[in-house]
Ligand binder design. Sequence first.
Ligand code: MN
Ligand code: MN
Length: 295
Amino acid sequence: MSGLDSLLEAGRIARLVRESIPNMVRAEMPLVELAEQVEAMIRDHGGRPAFPCNISIDSVAAHFTPGPGEDTVIPPDAVVKVDIGVEIDGYIADTAITVTDNPVGVSLRYAAEEALKSAIKMVRDGVKVSSIGSVIHSVVSRFGFKPIRNLTGHEIKRYNLHAGVSIPNIPTADNTKLSSGHVYAIEPFVTLGDAAGEVVDGGKPNIFKIEKTGAGKLSEAELKVLTMLAERFNGLPYTLRWLKECDAELLRIHGRLWRMGRLRGYPVLVEKTGKPVAQAEHTVIVTEDGCVTVT
Ligand code: MN
Ligand code: MN
């Protein structure tokens, strides 16, 4: 398969899984069960999860995945964001959906989806990322809501989920332009008009990634774990839930590598004023006169 074919296939699987998610989510469902069901469906269709299934509830905006053996369940009336990535041969499709019956959540989701649609309509070679942010901001504001200003979309490269260029959800002074042939995820996050419209770190990470930097001499055991993580996840984000052999010793070494700066942990991101957040996301390939939505 060519790179383009791999990406299109990853996108096809991501869409299929995303569209199944509303039928999977139910109140009182353990988060581990939902995450594992979603990740298994990606694998069953011939893809690999590009990152752990993110399940972010209410004011949690992003970067939450259940830990191994966690017993948290989906609360009733929740605003549930499920964010998934599908990887084939390093080519990644990134997409998200908000599932909710909560009336406020439904409105927030509608605003996020409309903002995403308007953003995608203006994507083409040479458009400034800031113009995308302006459109998202203006659509969201029309509903009386606010985009989360410090969460952004991002360029995607092979085995690289956040590849440099950011796509803001507000107008910015960034003069960077979208380029034909490049792949980007666009992802408006929307919260209430009286919220801060900003996320802050809100809990210890369950999602990790190998850092290319990091100093300090490694013991043989540390080097072995780091090598295993590198071979298994190719530099993409992972979670301890995926390490079936995760015993106390491995956890200790993992914690040490993290403190040494050899691993990056993604803290859970929570809306600063505790207001609910909705999200919509698609991955696009930019062309001369528009884009192809792969998800
Ligand atoms: Mn995503
Ligand atoms: Mn993304």
